[in-house]
Design a protein around this ligand. Sequence first.
Ligand SMILES: Cc1cc2nc3c(=O)[nH]c(=O)nc-3n(C[C@H](O)[C@H](O)[C@H](O)COP(=O)(O)OP(=O)(O)OC[C@H]3O[C@@H](n4cnc5c(N)ncnc54)[C@H](O)[C@@H]3O)c2cc1C
Length: 509
Amino acid sequence: MAVDVIVAGGGPVGLMTAALLDAAGISVEVYERNTEPSRQSRGSTVHPRTLEVLTMLDAGDGRRISDVLVAQGKRVRQAHFATLRAKLDYHDLDTPFPFVLMLPQWRTEHALAEYLRTRAVPVHYGADVTDVEQSADEVRIRAAGMSRTARYLVGADGAHSMVRKAASIGFTGDLPTMVGFVADVRLAEHVPGAQYFWNHEAGHASVVPLAEDMTRVFGVEAADTGLTADQVRRRQAEPLTLAELSRVLRAVCGTDFGVHSPSWLSRVSNTTRHAERYRTGRILLVGDAAHVHLPAGGQGLNVGLQDATNLAWKLAAEVHGWAPERLITGEAGYDRERRPVAEGLVASTQAQDALMHNFSRAGAALREMFCGFIERRGEVAAELSAWMSGLGVGYPRPDGAHPLVGAKAPDLALAEGNGTLLRALRPDRFLLLGFTGDADLAGLGSARVQVATAHRHTSGRDRAWETVRAALIRPDGHVAYATESGDGLAEAIAEWTRPDHQPTPARGL
Ligand SMILES: Cc1cc2nc3c(=O)[nH]c(=O)nc-3n(C[C@H](O)[C@H](O)[C@H](O)COP(=O)(O)OP(=O)(O)OC[C@H]3O[C@@H](n4cnc5c(N)ncnc54)[C@H](O)[C@@H]3O)c2cc1C
């Protein structure tokens, strides 16, 4: 029997997409080219909003996936922008996770793969997706010599996505101009916290302790900037060696910190590309398949996991047959909401590129000026923290809508011992919250809308939560509708969930 959704690519974003679809009652299979799960540490910075969305997934032992990861990683209260000396302070962010979690990417992947294993969701390793064809009713793929059919295909197959190419989706942007180095190593010298070095002649290096006695070192030699795309390609093809790493660190930092035992040595570039569409017919793109950029500030993995979170509940609603048009191709559709976020991602990484990789006096002056903005702890620092943490990412608010619409809801405490909002969210239903002391909303509950009472939220920056009387929260934790008078709730629920539409059976065509 065919499945509802095939996910091509079993990296973090593909696994997250599959986990959320499964949690929404959709049959899903993952096809991954590699013969076994990755052990790469690439994306080692997990930001607060990512931990929030990972709280939606139940690890099955009383913990959520976020709890599993937090137990394994190293918490750091401060985040960096462009590796500047002045740090963004996360400690007073309005979230249960006011820190950056340093954790090798393979651990995030492992937790998600384990979740899928316990739920009996097939993840086929050694299954390279080689052909993709779609018709009006289905998508057919070939993987590992077999043909498979699904109602939808999600391309989570990374930067060189064959799904994107097969769907003829353009991937446009800027050619690379630099080649950086990145390695996970052990150091003989003790480095107590993250350190950043600029040397006008030699280049830039960052030395950042990870979990488990490993240290991430990354940066760029000044000679590896201002290159043509061909020069970048040739330089990237040269394997990075421990000897080269040691030489560069000595040149930039004056010491190589006794670098030894690398677990990973690689090169990165600032190639920046963005898919022209995130959807064509029954094919959708998520994660690096949709956007690539300089890995700066630890954002690719995080934004990719948010793509999955935005997509999964909408695609589940579509498979179940009740999704209103606004969720498919309309104003709240996946493409309409996530493409602007990736444009912000591109802008953020390019701005960091400009700040980090300028070795002139002007570059140093620009960095100092930015440090001053951040140290003032005013609007600039707050904006950067909101963006980097992912907590400030919202979706467009229609004209005249309540100011909270589109924003991410805080982790509101629910009444009567029902836990908190993040733990109550599920990818197959909305949450209708009435605030303590207000009218009973039970009559508006249904299979697609869970009703709960929440305590008023008075500790966050957004004062609008103090006066709101009821709010309809989307499955991804963003506000669909909010009211101070209590009016309009039934209409909003009808617009978002089409209660009169009978669900079509999922789990197979
Ligand atoms: C040096 C470096 C440091 C980084 N640091 C951070 C960080 O600190 N924080 C952060 O958020 N991000 C970071 N990133 C970015 C992050 O690693 C990526 O954004 C993330 O891996 C994207 O996940 P993905 O699942 O979209 O793609 P990928 O991780 O690339 O996964 C795609 C998967 O698809 C598989 N695949 C490809 N083609 C096919 C096919 N035809 N058929 C089947 N399977 C296929 C691949 O084998 C792969 O497993 C970093 C990246 C680099 C390179």
